[in-house]
Design a protein around this ligand. Structure first.
Ligand code: HEC
Length: 160
């Protein structure tokens, strides 16, 4: 009788043990698919995936134009004109490239605002860099304009 009773207790305990095991695995399963974990997993993997490559002109812009024209191309009132829609970035690519080569001085008007400052020549940039940065600006800051090619920059530089 005592043995049977012991066995009964044992099997109840064992059953309880099994039950709690199952419970904890269930909990784990629920955790494994929780939305937070899933999104954490996804964002961990994101930087490795080349989803959208940064435009090569962006780094040229950061190094050579950003200090004056600002990261969003909005410029600085009364000092540095903006580069968004309505600005000279919409000029004919050849004329625009020539301005980059020579730099710009004297009074100009952009979007109804007067600027009377000086922009140094950007001729130190390679044909490729200048083409990239103009292409980048022409397709950023709300602009939706076509690319400028390195061939065009080369042509303007050589004055042909
Ligand atoms: C040292 C400051 C400075 C830097 C660096 C500079 N700019 Fe400018 N930029 C100016 C100023 C100032 C003017 C206006 C000159 C004037 O008043 O005659 C101007 C004018 C312009 C204009 C014509 C006016 C307009 O806003 O549409 C364009 C286009 C332009 N810059 C693009 C660029 C690009 C692209 C770069 C980088 C490759 C660059 N600038 C680098 C200061 C700068």
């Amino acid at each position: 009788m005592k043995i049977i009773f012991n066995q009964l207790i044992l099997s109840v305990l064992f059953g309880f043990f099994l039950f709690s095991c199952q419970n904890s695995t269930n909990n784990k399963k629920v955790e494994a698919v929780s939305a937070e974990q899933l999104s954490a997993e996804i964002s961990k993997k994101l930087p490795e995936q080349p989803i959208e490559k940064e435009h090569p002109g962006k780094s040229v812009y950061k190094k050579n134009c950003l200090t004056c024209h600002q990261s969003d191309g909005s410029g600085v009132p009364n000092m540095h004109p903006p580069l968004g829609p309505g600005s000279w970035i919409e000029k004919d690519p050849e004329e625009l490239t020539a301005i980059m080569m020579k730099g710009l001085s004297g009074q100009i008007e952009v979007n109804g605002q007067i600027y009377k400052n000086h922009m140094p020549s950007q001729a130190k940039l390679t044909d490729e860099e200048l083409a990239d940065v103009l292409t980048y600006v022409r397709s950023s800051f709300g602009n939706n304009l076509g690319p400028v090619t390195a061939d065009l920059v080369k042509k303007v530089r050589s004055g042909r």
